[in-house]
Every structure is written in structure tokens, then in C-alpha cells.
Design a protein around this ligand. Structure first.
Ligand SMILES: [Zn+2]
Length: 58
């Protein structure tokens, strides 16, 4: 007798609005490296990190 166990672990996925690009995203917010308090989407987080990385290179 096999019973299918339904995996009903509710993933808490909150929706956030990016303060930088205005897009909605789900998951963990990234903290802006420019002021360390603005929540931005992971995409912008990567973009900012790259931006800072490139500015250090110059
Ligand atoms: Zn964004």
C-alpha cells in the first residue's frame, strides 16, 4: 500500500518592489551597496556590484 505524500511545505515567497528599477521580484532582496539600506532586486544587486567592481578597477 503506497501512499503519495504531498509535499505541502509552503515556501514563504514574499513579493518585493525594487526601489531601483521598480520591478517586482520574489525572494530575498539585495541590499543596495550605494547606501546599505535600500532593498533592490537581485538583478540590480548584481548590476551594482559589477558597477562598483568596475569603478574600483579604474
Ligand atoms: Zn531592480
Amino acid at each position: 500500500m503506497s501512499k503519495l505524500s504531498t509535499n505541502d511545505s509552503k515556501a514563504v515567497q514574499k513579493r518585493h518592489k525594487c526601489q531601483k528599477c521598480g520591478k517586482y521580484y520574489i525572494g530575498y532582496p539585495a541590499l543596495s551597496r550605494k547606501d546599505n539600506k535600500t532593498n533592490i532586486c537581485p538583478e540590480c544587486g548584481v548590476a551594482e556590484a559589477l558597477d562598483i567592481f568596475l569603478s574600483i578597477q579604474q
